[in-house]
Design a protein around this ligand. Structure first.
Ligand code: SF4
Length: 316
């Protein structure tokens, strides 16, 4: 990767004192761990739309299809102010070519799901989306987005980070403004990564890459990008990973001794049974890829889709 991956982040998660009470919600995984690889574009909708710090706390209320952002005590409605600002800010953010966004959970402005909506009576229902987050996700429906709460789940975390790294690699291919060759190369090197999410998408993407009729390059790239982002947000499962690992093992039919084959097979089965994490069979395969200089697998991003230091495949 040539430079850091740009992603948007709710400003309070970076430790800035922008919350209604003058505090912050620094998330150390984001700032200290992801910060080594990502460049953050901080966004605080409430401060940036002109509400100060400290400010009166606010909430969502009303019809779920037309939510209002209203202050708790004085009942001032900030909906129009927030929406007008959000549209302008999102147009600016477009220029950054973000690879994703990490939102602050639960916020009536920044929360991406399950935000409380208050009615006239009774308990609030947790079905809302913060006003800025909604505008953002409508503008960029396939861009990887998560909130800091969901990122505590190891599978969600791995999926999100895998997607932003893949999108960054893809953007570098697009930036070459070349014709088909880099697209074909990208598709080939991402074969097993895509297969670990969706075989159907991999086939569709292959057909799209191989279409022989002259198509505007932009159309070819845009559709490929949509399919890639759709594919990678489909969950992987131990079964899908096992299929990929077995397929990769097939490249060593001749190279490995029977003991080595037996050991690899056992390790893949242990992974399938949930006894060991994915990193174990992947590390052993990578070892053989290097030892026997397997040229096709050497270029497969599946084996190293994100930095090892993030330990994303170390959970069972
Ligand atoms: S949740 Fe959003 S609006 Fe609230 S302080 Fe954080 S960034 Fe600002």
């Amino acid at each position: 990767m040539e430079d850091k991956i740009k992603i948007g982040v709710s400003r309070c998660l970076l430790g800035e004192n922008v919350r209604y009470d003058g505090g912050h919600k620094r998330d150390h995984f984001i700032t200290d761990t992801l910060g080594k690889y990502l460049e953050f574009i901080p966004v605080c909708p409430e401060v940036e739309c002109g509400l100060g710090v400290p400010r009166e706390a606010m909430h969502l209320e009303g019809d779920p299809t037309d939510l209002r952002l209203v202050t708790n005590r004085t009942q001032i409605d900030h909906t129009d102010r927030m929406k007008t600002w959000a549209r302008r800010r999102i147009t600016e953010l477009e220029k950054h070519e973000l690879c994703g966004f990490i939102f602050k959970s639960g916020s009536p402005s920044s929360g991406m799901e399950r935000v409380k909506i208050y009615g006239d009576k009774g308990e609030p229902v947790k079905t809302g989306v913060g006003l800025f987050a909604r505008e953002f996700m409508v503008r960029f429906p396939l861009l990887p987005v998560e909130d800091e709460g969901r990122l505590h789940d190891p599978q969600v975390r791995e999926n999100f980070i895998e997607r932003i790294f893949a999108l960054k690699r893809w953007r570098e291919v697009r930036a070459q403004k070349a014709r088909l060759e880099p697209l074909i190369k990208f598709h080939t090197s991402h074969k097993y990564l895509i297969l670990s999410h969706s075989r159907k998408h991999y086939q569709k993407m292959g057909q799209w890459v191989a279409r022989s009729e002259p198509l505007p390059l932009k159309e070819r790239f845009d559709t490929y990008q949509d399919l890639l982002l759709e594919a990678l947000r489909i969950k992987t499962t131990p079964k899908k990973h096992t299929d990929v690992l077995m397929h990769m093992m097939g490249f060593f039919k001749k190279g490995l001794s029977s003991d080595e084959k037996q050991e690899l097979l056992e390790i893949i089965n242990h992974y399938k049974q949930g006894l060991i994490p994915l990193i174990v069979p992947v590390t052993l395969l990578l070892h053989y890829v290097r030892k026997y200089n397997q040229p096709y697998l050497k270029n497969q991003t599946y084996l190293e889709p994100h930095p090892l230091e993030l330990k994303l495949r170390n959970h069972v």
